[in-house]
Design a protein around this ligand. Sequence first.
Ligand SMILES: C[S@@+](CC[C@H](N)C(=O)[O-])C[C@H]1O[C@@H](n2cnc3c(N)ncnc32)[C@H](O)[C@@H]1O
Length: 387
Amino acid sequence: MKSGPKDILKRTEINITAKCFFGFEETLADELTEFGFQNLEILNRAVRFKGSWKDIYFLNLHCRCAISILVELDCFEIFSEKDLYDKCMKVDWTNIFDSSKSFAIKGAIFSSIFQNTHYPFLLVKDAIVDTFRNVKLERPNVDVKKPHVSFDLYIKENLVTLSLNTSGLPLFQRGYRQSTGEAPLNEVVAACLIRLSGWNKKTTFLDPFCGSGTLLIEAALYASGIPSNIERQHYAFKNLKNYEPLLWQGIYDSAKRVVRELPAQIIGGDISDEMVLKARRNLRTFSFGRLVKIQSKNFKEFQTDEEVFVLTNPPYGERIEAAVELLYGEMGSWLKHTMTGSEAWVISGSKEGLNAIGLKPEKKYKVFNGDLECSFRQFKTYQGSLT
Ligand SMILES: C[S@@+](CC[C@H](N)C(=O)[O-])C[C@H]1O[C@@H](n2cnc3c(N)ncnc32)[C@H](O)[C@@H]1O
């Protein structure tokens, strides 16, 4: 069980944990399998596997469905609060980062050893600072908002897992979204929904309630094979002592390219002119931006003669329930009568709204957008059938 923290930065094989949102473990595992990782262990909101430091750079850039990429530093048992501090004093933190870098510790504590769940974080922080002091080095500063180096502490009863968070800020901070509306979809959730839906990257993709364009952007990135994090600059691994800028640059350069054509048409719409402008502004970051067509119109005005794949996040925060039900009811009629023969996926936090669609969902998943519980449902309308 014990795997010592010594020379973790020099190891050729490391334990990697990719963290994800509730309900997307299988989706993340599917993506990791596509990358070629094997022997995946599916955990609660995470997937664990083995890899190398090169994989860490690759995953931070390419993985669309993970929130952060962790490297296990140490795993040990404790029986008292003091045990945690003592074990952490055995880690040579000065080997991992230098005192000019700020740090933070986050994580989750499920242990009766601690009365106060903040206290374990304080103990680890003290151990880190004391390790630097003991060898007469300047103490590094704590910065909870934007640390250079991040550690993850997970305690379940007696078992402590201490990891390095090589991403730092969560990977949904993609660096492409400058403007959002009132209820934007989390970027990682959007990427997971697209993968979970099984969109084939060929059929026309339509989001008629596109807001700031998150689903359209993630769909275009996915279809064109451009990493979702191509615009992101911050990665905590760049602040570790083993950072290899040339290795990172090679991985980054081989992913960056100009997209002149998308493999599928990607179309968006929103009733609000302001949101359409915001979505266009966000899309402008990318070479494919002008290939994604966004129109300012009511969803009902979209018509098609060909097969369309609808994936959308309609409003659900309306104060008047009847208005939500009316809107979703109209969406059901539109799907049935105008989009006949198409597949549609809808994510919404309104159960009443989803039920008002009036079509029987073929598939149904419980997911979260931030703290909000939502349902992600697939509807199919068949030519000539009265569903
Ligand atoms: C929940 S938001 C979508 C957020 C989006 N997924 C994002 O990440 O920014 C719903 C959007 O639907 C738009 N909307 C509301 N009623 C509409 C209608 N009848 N037709 C088209 N769009 C509508 C709103 O303007 C809003 O931008």
